[in-house]
Design a protein around this ligand. Structure first.
Ligand code: NOJ
Ligand code: CA
Length: 661
């Protein structure tokens, strides 16, 4: 607790609703608090660090200087949920200096946006603090009211691939971010971070009694959790604050706190949909490894290329194309070659065939967490893809938390965490090496998203949650509430390669997917990614030509996004405008409860006529008893109309609003 603290500076958001107060207590310990319309949101919370081989950096401070500035700019995304993003904030810089002989300095920079607060530490260049080893970050978030929390555990073996838990905040253990909270008075908060560069991920551990969360940095195998040389800045610590769940999703705070595009012209990446040799592997009807059921054969790849070309999908992912999958690949990934195809897969011929059919292969680099081996081959692997016109790569890090193999200077192996400082560096190495060759990157078993797509727009998507694969073999599979949880938790971080569209609604050995067919369509609108997989088998799409039409039509790049309604874990209704036409799309998903969604169509252009192509759950649809019941119908609509449509238990709704041309 911060005792007997005095406020030394304050900062308000542009609309005046949010206020940050910075405090120093009688021991010179810095803290901060946040209020909204005069009511406390974050009570006094500590700031500071415990360092390796140096005294703690957390007390005996005095305020040397503070400075404020304002910023209001609208910037354009090369691709995204909306084309234009307004970055409007007031900023406060607090320059602290120790009153002790060391007189070390630490700056804290706060930004107040209308949709939330960001702050970061900056370590200035200084003689008494050059090599900084951070053992612990003391940052706290003391939530002022009791709250309900939606969260997944951090530090556990399966990384981010857990079901969301809903508990009182006071019962959270150690959580990943974003963590989403609804306070007793109904306010919605999400705590996360932005611009995680050369630093360890922030987990949140509940500390003491009640609602206080404290930063816990992901571990490092080399001692301190972060090692840097001053000057440097930490990632931004973020608190999104909104009156409702929709407001959290509509906030651009995370993107705005990232640096602008560092890659220049990135028009070489355009959002797309892709098919691939993938779902069959998870069903175990085909295999990654070679043998009689090998998926990645030349003939099978051509079949998928034909399927993509016939239906207008740009990408074809082929997993299991390379050497190293035979045997126990996930044990250590030590056999993986990222340049040598298996004997039954003619990579050159397949790439040439794709080119002829006007589609693009999506590369695949599964590392099994053996980053040491991957980094040795990275340049050659990306050069090969560039030469063959393969302009995206899905990477993979299947290994338990703490099982990432990193190369020591002496050649030996040490074990790192998926979200520690080592991996924050590794991912940026892959992304920047790929960018040099105009290749987009989509890591699975990744480090979490903190908005770096703004700075590196070829970092287009990632996993980092339970995706569709859990519906093939997960025990349990994803429950009906999963996507309504994701929208207001994981999706606050950025694009997710969920891989929707499994219209068969059947996993391995006939396991039921807990979704209706209409919900599979809705996911293309609700769960944002600039690359969207069309994940089911070609032969399954042939069985559902009606619903398949929506998957062919739906874009993956948007001019605008509106959350029309939603409650965390219950339902979400999102409308998005196509970036390349005047059409709008709507997706809605519900949990295990059927509900009627009422939407005013006032997002449509006034005066324009549209045809609503509606894909709704059949009247007797239910994920468990009648999942394939769907009604596809057309209605003329205008912006002053409204719709009331029923979602089944585990159901969804997808609409294309086709503008009259
Ligand atoms: C896990 C990924 O999430 C999945 O999409 C992929 O097929 C396997 N790893 C194999 O790389
Ligand atoms: Ca995975």
């Amino acid at each position: 607790m911060v005792a007997r603290a005095a406020t030394v500076a304050t900062l308000g958001s542009p609309d005046g609703a949010l206020e940050v107060s910075v405090t120093l207590d009688s021991d010179g310990r810095p803290g901060y608090a946040v209020s909204r319309r005069g009511e406390p949101v974050i009570a006094e919370s500590r700031l500071g660090f415990i360092l390796a081989n140096a005294p703690k950096l957390e007390r005996n401070f005095r305020l040397e200087h503070s400075a404020t500035r304002s910023h209001d700019e609208t910037w354009e995304q090369p691709w995204g949920e909306r084309r234009f993003v307004r970055d409007h904030y007031n900023e406060l810089r607090i320059s602290l200096v120790e009153k002790t002989a060391l007189a070390r300095r630490l700056d804290v920079v706060f930004r107040a946006h209308d949709s939330g607060i960001g702050f970061r530490y900056e370590f200035p260049e200084q003689p008494e603090l050059t090599d900084v080893g951070i053992t612990e970050e003391l940052t706290e978030f003391a939530v002022a009211e009791p709250a309900t929390a939606w969260w997944i555990p951090a530090g556990d073996w399966n990384r981010y691939e857990y079901l969301y838990q809903k508990t009182p905040l006071a019962e959270v253990g150690q959580a990943h971010t974003p963590i989403t909270l609804r306070t007793a008075s109904g306010l919605h908060l999400a705590i996360h971070e932005a611009a995680l560069v050369d630093y360890s991920s922030m987990w949140l551990r509940r500390s003491g009694a009640g609602q206080r969360l404290k930063a816990a940095l992901s571990p490092s195998a080399t001692g301190p959790r972060v090692q840097r040389r001053a000057p440097f800045a930490t990632p931004w610590r973020t608190i999104q604050i909104a009156p409702d769940a929709a407001g959290l999703y509509m906030s651009d705070l995370i993107l705005n706190l990232n640096e602008p595009n560092a890659l220049g012209d990135v028009s070489w990446f355009k959002p797309y949909k892709y098919v691939g040799i993938w779902w069959s592997l998870h069903l175990d009807t085909e295999t990654w490894g070679t043998g009689p059921r090998h998926g990645a054969t030349t003939a099978n790849a051509k079949r998928y290329i034909d399927f993509a070309a016939a239906n207008g999908f740009r990408g074809v992912l082929i997993e299991g194309w390379n050497r190293g999958w035979d045997g126990n690949w996930f044990a250590d990934g030590s056999e993986f070659s990222f340049t040598e195809p298996t004997p039954d897969f003619d990579l050159e011929a397949v790439a040439a065939y794709a080119k002829k059919r006007g589609v693009h292969l999506v590369g695949h680099h599964e590392t099994a967490g053996n980053v040491a081996r991957y980094e040795e081959q990275l340049g050659a692997a990306l050069d090969l893809y560039q030469r063959l016109g393969i302009d995206s790569v899905k990477t993979g890090y299947v290994a338990d938390a703490g099982g990432i193999r990193a190369r020591e200077a002496d050649g030996s192996i040490r074990y790192e965490w998926h979200d520690g400082q080592f991996m924050s560096r590794h991912h940026l190495k892959v992304v920047t090496e790929a960018a040099k060759r105009h290749i987009a990157v989509n890591p699975h078993e990744p480090i979490k998203d903190t908005g770096l797509r703004r700075t590196y727009p070829n970092w287009v998507a990632r996993e980092g949650a339970r995706g569709m694969e859990y519906n093939a073999w997960g025990n349990p599979p994803n429950p009906p509430e999963h996507e309504a949880n994701l929208v207001f938790t994981r999706m606050l971080a950025g694009p997710f390669d969920l891989t929707p569209g499994v219209l068969s609604l059947t996993g391995r050995g006939g396991q039921k997917i807990q979704s209706t067919i209409a919900k599979q369509l809705a996911l293309y609108v609700v769960i944002y990614s600039p690359i969207e997989m069309v994940a089911d088998l070609p032969e399954n799409y042939a069985k559902y030509p009606g619903p398949f039409q929506f998957i062919k039509d739906v874009p993956s790049d948007w001019a605008d996004t509106r959350v029309l309604g939603g409650e965390v874990g219950d339902y979400a209704t999102i409308a998005r405008k196509d970036r390349n036409s005047e059409d709008w799309y709507l997706g809605a998903v519900t949990d295990e409860n059927a509900r009627t969604i009422r939407v005013a169509l006032d997002f449509l252009d006034a005066g324009k006529s549209y045809t609503a192509e509606i894909y709704r759950d059949g009247d007797d649809a239910d994920w468990n008893t009648n999942p394939h019941a769907i009604v596809i119908e057309k209605r003329p609509v205008k912006s002053n109309d409204s719709l009331a449509l029923r979602l089944a238990a585990g159901g969804g709704l997808a609409i294309r609003f086709k503008s009259a041309r």
